[in-house]
Ligand binder design. Structure first.
Ligand SMILES: Cc1cc2nc3c(=O)[nH]c(=O)nc-3n(C[C@H](O)[C@H](O)[C@H](O)COP(=O)(O)OP(=O)(O)OC[C@H]3O[C@@H](n4cnc5c(N)ncnc54)[C@H](O)[C@@H]3O)c2cc1C
Ligand code: SF4
Length: 335
């Protein structure tokens, strides 16, 4: 492990100042990085994937409140995955968030991991996480991509580029994108709010840049608009084992169903995109479809628009359509 200094800033502005110093240093491999629950960052440090000189702890700086009110649901960035999943209001009003969280990691990890860290966790591409592989544009810009032409069963089929095909890893982010969640961010230039969906970048020719966050910006909270009365939801996760495993394919679906027909729907996909993947063309086509009919299958087929497999992961293109159909059936009450 690269030696580092652990900084424990007393407040947010001190943390931001330390983050800003990192930005000014201008190194591709940041001189300074934040750590929250540490469940992802410590692994990356241990494997030499990240080599900061300074680690800035966000522990005890950010709030961990979970507030449910007329504005919707606000999750403080320091709330743990376990706290959010166990919250009665989340259970009742936002079951898709709870389902996504409970399908993630293990109870031990969920007790430690924070919401801010969850949505910024790094990809599980094995070539990214093993510095023994030289070619990884995300870890070492310009070095190539070992997954294209390599073992790519876990990789993305949507939003890929010829520079990177790594799948986004967070289950929670998929549910939040389906719910139009926004993130609160604080930086040197003050606070701002943006749609979580807009926070993530596609890899294009710069896969090492995963978000539009400025260097040093800190996520302080996530807000989900009020739950729409009567909508039903389901998070369906397909994985190699029933627990402690990342998604091969996941579908977060919320639907408003009346008389067995979909009136409105929101669909986001996990495990298949280089970012949490909102399937708006599927949502539009689901309107009017009878739950349990071929119309849902036809709508789900639109998810494959633009999809591209790289051999081992070709199966995901059909599997994600089936996952949408099944999630709509379960959420809509037909399954
Ligand atoms: C064995 C195992 C299995 C797992 N399985 C799953 C799974 O099935 N599904 C799933 O979704 N996840 C899974 N995870 C990932 C886990 O959810 C993440 O490791 C965790 O959510 C990260 O949160 P953290 O607080 O520990 O973040 P950290 O590890 O502390 O940080 C993660 C990243 O976020 C940055 N960061 C953290 N907080 C902030 C902030 N507030 N503002 C700006 N930057 C910040 C850090 O700099 C770092 O880059 C698994 C992890 C493990 C170890
Ligand atoms: S898919 Fe992306 S993260 Fe994985 S090896 Fe290729 S460039 Fe690196």
């Amino acid at each position: 492990m690269h030696p580092f200094v652990l900084e424990r800033p007393r407040d947010l502005s001190e943390a931001l100042a330390l983050g800003a110093q990192a930005a000014r240093a201008g190194r591709a491999d940041a001189a300074s990085e934040y750590i929250a629950g540490g469940t992802d960052m410590v692994q990356l440090l241990q494997e030499n994937v990240r080599r900061p000189d300074r680690l800035v702890s966000l522990a005890d700086l950010l709030d961990r409140q979970i507030d449910l009110g007329p504005h919707g649901l606000r999750l403080g960035a320091a709330a743990t995955m376990a706290e959010v999943a166990a919250h009665p209001g989340v259970r009742q009003r936002f079951p898709v968030i709870r389902e996504a969280l409970l399908a993630s990691a293990s109870p031990q990890v969920r007790n430690q991991a924070t919401i801010g860290g969850n949505v910024l966790q790094r990809t599980r591409c094995p070539y990214f996480r093993d510095v023994g592989y030289a070619a990884c544009n995300k870890r070492a810009p310009g070095s190539g991509c070992a997954a294209i032409g390599g073992e790519n069963r876990w990789h993305a089929v949507l939003g890929t580029s010829d520079q990177c095909i790594a799948a986004h890893a967070s289950d929670l982010a998929v549910a939040l994108v389906a719910l139009d969640a926004t993130v609160e961010v604080h930086g040197q230039r003050g606070p701002r709010t943006l749609l979580l969906d807009d926070m993530y970048r596609l890899p294009a020719d710069r896969p090492h840049l995963e978000t539009v966050l400025e260097p040093g910006e800190i996520i302080t909270g996530v807000t989900v608009p009020p739950a729409t009365v009567g909508w039903r939801a389901h998070y369906l996760k397909v994985r190699d084992r029933a627990a402690f495993e990342f998604a091969l394919v996941a579908a977060a679906v919320t639907v408003d169903v009346e008389g067995g027909r979909v009136r409105q729907a929101r669909v986001a996909l996990g495990g298949v995109g280089t970012k949490p993947w909102r399937a708006r063309q599927v949502e539009a086509a689901l309107v009017g479809a009878g739950v349990g009919t071929g119309a849902v299958e036809q709508a789900a087929a639109l998810a494959a628009d633009g999809a591209r497999g790289h051999g081992h992961n070709d199966f995901k293109i059909e599997l994600m359509q089936r996952a949408i159909v099944r999630a709509v059936e379960i959420a809509g009450g037909g399954g």
